[in-house]
Design a protein around this ligand. Structure first.
Ligand SMILES: [Zn+2]
Length: 423
């Protein structure tokens, strides 16, 4: 028979091994947070053991679910709108287990309702609130879409393009998205928009997509793919879209440097680090595997005269012009929107200076030759890794110095007027 003399299973110094038969204390303070429709985060106060707690066992509805080395666990693939009961016990290295903790009852969020939402006000304010919620650099919120996700996204966008909003709403719910029929009561006449946005509890951060019910400029698709990083471009795009009642507006849902993971597509940037480094996977104009890219592709195919204008911002160096406008290649298209936009901007502000890669052929800075939306629109066989060798002229990449066009409404009005003249 073995007697227990000490709190240790080490040798007692006289050659006898003392078994540890003392269990850890029962874990307490079990709590849940970040509760969504399908996931939640459980954590509890660490148990105490005479030697060391080795492991925690998590029980769901009185059945063992999983072990955890830490005093926390992230649960996924739960059923929406369901109550679960959790308990946890601690085990030490010798296999002594504590009692089960007191139970915690927690319900996942109710399943999303596939119902068209209604709202009204000023579109710019509405979108401004969404832009304010975009997470910043290294937040690691952006979810990489799976192939299945993008097939589902395709159904949503195609339904919107078919003006079957009910179908779009029904498909959107599977990706945690909803559609808001938004009436801008401050526009004369009032304008109605369909806003494809993520539910308030966000899981994906794939951005916000706005479609005019009755566009005035049917060929104009505006995009701000670098909201937050290219400061004010999201607000500028919303302002310009609203004043022109374009066909569609895309706003990215995460900072381009949100994820630490790299995109596999061509190109490098110093946007997220001091050295040149690959684009991040959350950098939607540099990653074909994104809802942003998919939306671009669907609209481009469905709307034969559509033109995709991306608003960007850069830090001007002394030798740089105020504006760099590119069609995504250094080729000259049949219909040269870049030149038309430049001329219209000069009418708004004759102090602006420009570089245009297909005209200033030695100019390479911010030429956007690796932009994956640009490459697609210009007919690349593989926009992730193959530059376009010709141009359709339907992709316009506008890089703007901050003070003249991007800083405030005075500048936004110039862009808005210029695009209004061209489209
Ligand atoms: Zn940019």
């Amino acid at each position: 028979m073995l007697a227990v003399f000490s709190c240790s299973s080490e040798s007692n110094g006289e050659g006898d091994v003392i078994a540890d038969t003392e269990p850890p204390t029962t874990p307490s303070g079990l709590e849940a947070e970040n509760i969504t429709q399908k996931s939640l985060y459980l954590y509890w106060d660490s148990a105490v053991d005479n030697v060391k707690v080795k492991n925690y066992s998590l029980y769901q509805d009185n059945k063992f679910l999983v072990g955890s080395g830490k005093a926390s666990y992230f649960l996924e693939n739960l059923i929406p709108g369901t109550e679960y009961t959790y308990q946890v016990l601690a085990t030490d290295a010798a296999g002594n287990s504590s009692e089960l903790s007191s139970p915690l009852n927690v319900s996942t969020m109710d399943p999303l309702e596939a119902e068209l939402q209604y709202d009204s006000g000023n579109l710019e304010d509405y979108l401004g609130n969404l832009l304010d919620m975009v997470p910043g650099i290294s937040a690691n919120k952006y979810k990489v879409p799976t192939e299945t996700d993008l097939k589902q996204w395709d159904l949503i966008i195609d339904a919107i393009l078919d003006e079957d909003i009910t179908e779009a709403v029904n498909q959107a719910v599977y990706l945690n998205y909803q559609i808001v029929e938004f009436t801008d009561i401050y526009s004369t006449p009032n304008q109605v928009y369909y806003i494809l946005k993520e539910y308030d509890i966000r899981l994906n951060y794939w951005g916000t997509y706005v479609f005019s019910k009755t566009p005035k400029r049917k060929d104009l698709v505006l995009a701000a793919p670098h909201v937050l990083h290219d400061q004010k471009t999201g607000q500028q795009a919303a302002y310009t879209f609203r004043r022109n009642v374009g066909k569609a507006l895309f706003l990215s849902g995460a900072h381009r440097c949100d994820t630490d993971e790299s995109s596999s597509c061509d190109g490098t940037t110093t946007s997220c680090s001091t050295q040149y480094a690959p684009y991040r996977i959350s950098d939607v104009p540099h990653n074909t595997n994104s809802a942003f890219q998919k939306t671009t592709e669907n609209l481009f195919e469905a709307l034969p005269n559509s033109v995709f204008v991306q608003l960007h911002g850069f830090g001007k160096e002394s030798t740089d012009p105020y504006v760099i406008i590119s069609n995504g290649t250094n080729k000259t298209p049949d219909k040269d929107y870049v030149v038309m936009i430049r001329d219209a901007l000069l009418e708004e502000d004759n102090t602006l200076t420009f570089k245009i890669p297909h005209i200033d052929i030695n100019w390479t800075r911010y030429a956007a030759l690796d932009n994956t939306q640009g490459r697609y629109i210009n007919g690349s066989s593989d926009p992730c890794s193959v530059p376009a060798t010709a141009t359709s002229g339907r992709f316009i990449h506008i890089e703007q110095e901050r003070s003249k066009l991007r800083e405030n409404e005075t500048g936004w009005l110039k862009i808005s007027n210029a695009l209004g003249k061209v489209f």
